[in-house]
Design a protein around this ligand. Structure first.
Ligand SMILES: *[C@@H]1O[C@H](CO)[C@@H](O)[C@H](O)[C@H]1NC(C)=O
Ligand SMILES: *[C@@H]1O[C@H](CO)[C@@H](O)[C@H](O)[C@H]1NC(C)=O
Ligand SMILES: *[C@@H]1O[C@H](CO)[C@@H](O)[C@H](O)[C@H]1NC(C)=O
Length: 829
């Protein structure tokens, strides 16, 4: 179906350019009026004639109309907007038209108060040749000025614009009017694609529709004013509509685009629109990962038909026929395998546009996405968009019949709506209540995570501890350490004691009064940057104790300081022991034990609470080693509580680190604990190959570790890329199982990845194979060893988990006593 349509549409798209494109457009009919004015006024180099003295001055037919002038116009407001015509009764403008066909009609509304009229309070309707364009129109309050633009077909040599005040004391007004002929090919009756749940069909009726411009966007570019546009349009940047900014990257070209017959003309959109675009941003991701770039534009909801005109110009590909992408509107496939090269006469950077006709849904947004098509080669996945216009098809039915019907609908609608809202409210209350009851801790992290922590004495802490008051948790009031003590423990933040630094600030090695070695993380003094992370870390860590999670000894927020004090980890980050810092290489056994420890910590984080916690920034620098090389997961600044019941994920902006980022998280902006599993898979390969997750120095295929290692794993040749220091030491079966485990973690979709519990189990098994040299698989036989997640015997798994809890208890005791000794020291002062 789709390919057939492609064949039908391509020739029609090729046909359309009729108007010459080399010189600037001059409309045959061109009426510009400055309303309520006795002198001409200009705007963007165009002269608007005073409506009271229009040549042939029969244009204005209004018995009851007044000219008003703003005596105190705001600075910078154009002279055109200093006057207005006010209609206290029905009034009209009439224009003689030389040409039938598509025309632009623009109304300029720029309200002010003058001569007893507060133009902001006007309420009126406007029709053009009987087509009702504005119904009971009121300026949204606060808006300084507004242009309403319509594109419609005129089939008479007279054009009449009628203003009708609404209500007893109502009046209408307008500051300026534009009526001018559109280029002949501006709206054509073939080639538009009607997109709906039943697929794509051709829409043949476009030119007879009355269109109201809702959005006109210069994607990836700057605001364009009427100066920059032959049809005096304004194009605005797309930034505010981009759903997920990280998915997109601006592209721009310095060359004028190659306008050609068969493509878009300069009147369809000016060069500046086609010289900029947004393309897929894969800086954080492997070249083969797929995701969409999505924009959401507010539109009238409830099945209102819209024309969506998308502008494309391939300014990103190095050659023709490399770029294939899909276009989706409101979740429907709107254009599959769009190949810009085939729509133009074999030249890159040639502008084209495609018209789509789509009904709005009930969301109140028009969602437009572009993403790589199945035809794109795996190394060249890209998609782009240069411009977008959304125009509403106006229902121009005679206003009287419409009124009665609308009123009925409003009545029915408000009754139905009221009932629905009531039901929703009841459901929402029930759900919220249930969620709260079952998951008391979920609110803690969420509410504290975003509450600004008071910085200057006083007590946001009381608020925080209230939120935190759940039975059995370590109230973190007790973890407060006086600034003076931290100062002395760090020798007044002696630079020679710095053991690390990050986005948050510096980390110092320190010794507290009771001789406990600690790491002191100090936020930039006086800066509020990192405040949410600071709070999250206190909230998360103060309620967690686990042998494989770095524990918080205390914190300080005196003197505008944000300071966190942790147990000291003698051997520092895992990364440092893998490559790049001259430490002696770790043995395979040590590496496995470290991975197992970290997996245990993460597993506890994911499952140890009613509301699981997602770490969000698992990487080899956030796995720390103590003096016995026991691994502990650190840095909870980015962690979030897991999804509430009835939710499968947490939606959130992407945070995390290059090379470790879950592509699905990137694609769907949905956070689950499987995102941590992905990052952990990258760490596993890092441990095996002793190289960074991203190494820009390497060749393209090797830059991204996850991608590169997976390739070798899939070829069954993983031993080729193992760290030479340990390659002789690893038993083949152990390597095989390890490779499979890491591969599973890196599955494209979260659902296909194992849980951390599964990963833990597998790593323990890898260690077992390595130690014993033989398989002790529940199902016995080599075959079973090949299955990674399917070979679990439930009993074994729960044993495992139980053992994990045991660990937790003992470690909890240790750390608690540590904390208590800390408390006693504090109190003894
Ligand atoms: C804006 O509208 C609100 C209610 O819709 C009204 O209370 C308020 O006074 C209005 N403000 C102005 C400046 O007209
Ligand atoms: C738009 O036109 C103005 C006035 O001619 C000019 O200064 C500006 O650079 C133009 N903008 C672009 C993006 O070309
Ligand atoms: C892109 O968006 C469409 C429509 O919402 C969806 O069907 C498709 O799966 C998305 N593609 C990717 C790679 O996420």
């Amino acid at each position: 179906m789709a390919t057939q349509l492609l064949i039908v549409f391509v020739p029609s798209i090729l046909l359309f350019c009729i108007v010459p494109f080399s010189f600037s457009f001059t409309p045959l009919d061109n009426h510009l009026l400055s309303c309520g004015s006795h002198t001409n006024a200009s705007l963007f180099n165009r002269v608007f004639a005073a409506d009271s003295t229009e040549p042939g001055s029969d244009s204005l037919a209004a018995e009851e109309s007044v000219s008003v002038t703003n005596r105190n116009p705001p600075a910078n407001s154009p002279v055109l907007y200093h006057t207005a015509r006010v209609f206290t009764g029905v009034g009209s403008y009439r224009f003689d038209m030389k040409r039938n066909g598509t025309h632009f009609v623009r109304f300029h509304f720029s309200p002010f108060s003058a001569q007893a009229f507060d133009l902001k309070s006007a309420k009126f309707s406007v029709s053009v040749n009987g087509n009702s364009l504005l119904r009971e129109f009121q300026l949204r309050n606060g808006s300084s000025s507004m242009i309403k633009e319509y594109v419609l077909k005129i089939e008479s040599n007279l054009l009449e614009i009628v203003f009708t005040p609404v209500g007893d004391s109502g009046f209408g007004f307008v500051n300026a009017l534009e009526v001018f002929t559109a280029p002949g090919d501006f709206i054509i009756d073939y080639g538009a694609r009607l997109v709906s749940s039943s697929g794509v069909e051709e829409y043949r009726n476009l030119s007879s529709q009355v269109l109201e411009t809702v959005h006109r966007i210069n994607v990836g570019g700057l605001k364009l004013t009427p100066f920059n546009d032959t049809l005096w349009r304004t194009w605005i940047p797309d930034d505010d509509y981009l759903v997920f900014k990280e998915a997109a990257k601006r592209a721009s070209s310095t060359h004028t685009p190659n306008y050609q017959k068969g493509g878009a003309s300069q009147e369809i959109a000016p060069a500046n629109v086609y010289m900029t675009a947004q393309e897929m941003n894969r800086e954080n991701l492997s070249l083969t990962s797929r995701f969409n770039i999505t924009w959401k534009f507010p539109v009238a909801s409830g099945g209102v038909r819209h024309l969506v005109r998308l502008h494309f110009c391939d300014i990103v590909s190095p050659a023709l026929n490399l770029l294939y992408f899909d276009v989706y509107i409101n979740g429907y496939s709107a254009y599959k395998d769009l190949d810009l090269s085939s729509l133009t006469i074999h030249m890159l950077a040639s502008p084209v546009y495609v018209d789509f006709v789509v009904d709005s849904d009930d969301s109140g947004d028009m969602e437009i996405s572009v993403g790589p098509s199945d035809l794109s080669s795996s190394m060249r996945m890209n998609a782009l968009l240069n411009g977008a216009e959304i125009m509403k098809m106006v229902n121009v039915m005679d206003s009287h019949t419409v009124h009665r019907r609308e009123k009925l609908w409003v009545l029915v609608g408000s009754i139905v709506g009221g009932v629905v809202i009531l039901l929703l409210a009841i459901v929402a209350v029930l759900v919220a209540f249930k969620c709260r009851k079952r998951k008391p801790k979920q609110r803690t992290v969420e509410s504290v995570g975003w509450t600004p922590l008071r910085m200057f004495g006083g007590s946001s802490l009381s608020r925080m501890s209230e939120a935190h008051a759940s039975p059995g948790s370590h109230g973190y009031l007790g973890l407060k350490i006086p600034f003076a003590e931290i100062q002395s423990a760090t020798n007044n933040f002696d630079r020679s004691l710095i053991i690390g630094s990050g986005g948050f600030g510096m980390v110092f090695k320190a010794v507290l009064k009771d001789n406990v070695k600690v790491a002191v993380k100090r936020g930039m003094p006086g800066s509020r940057q990192g405040l949410p992370e600071f709070q999250t870390e206190i909230t998360v860590l103060s309620k967690i104790r686990h042998r494989h999670l770095v524990s918080l000894v205390g914190y300080c927020e005196e003197n505008c300081e944000m300071i966190l004090v942790y147990e000291y980890m003698e051997k520092g980050p895992l990364k440092r022991h893998l490559y790049g810092s001259g430490h002696p290489p770790l043995s395979w056994r040590q590496r496995l034990e470290i991975c197992i420890g970290a997996a245990r910590g993460l597993h506890y984080l994911h499952t140890g609470f009613a509301q699981g916690i997602i770490h969000r920034d698992i990487k080899s620098t956030n796995i720390l080693l103590d003096e016995n090389y026991v691994a502990k997961v650190a840095d909870f600044g980015l962690s979030r509580s897991g999804p509430c019941i009835n939710e499968t994920h947490v939606s959130t902006g992407v945070k995390g680190s290059f090379g470790y980022l879950d592509p699905e998280y990137f694609r769907r902006q949905q956070l689950t604990d499987k995102s941590d599993v992905y990052s952990f898979g990258v760490v596993l390969f890092e441990v095996l190959c002793a190289r960074p997750a991203v190494d820009p120095q390497l060749t393209r295929e090797q830059v991204n570790l996850a991608e590169w290692a997976l390739e070798w794993q899939k070829k069954g040749m993983l031993e080729q890329i193992v760290d030479p220091h340990i390659v002789g030491e690893i038993k083949p079966d152990s390597l095989k199982k390890f490779g499979e485990t890491a591969e599973k973690c890196l599955a494209d979709y979260g659902v296909d990845r194992p849980t951390m519990g599964d990963v833990l189990w597998n790593l323990e098994y890898v260690l077992q194979i390595q130690e014993s040299g033989q398989l002790r698989e529940p199902n016995n036989g080599n075959e079973a060893a090949v299955n990674v997640t399917t070979s679990f015997v439930p009993g074994t798994r729960s044993n495992n988990v139980r053992r994990d809890r045991d660990y937790e208890n003992t470690s909890s005791d240790i750390s608690t006593s540590q904390v208590f000794s800390q408390l006693m020291t504090n109190e003894g002062r």
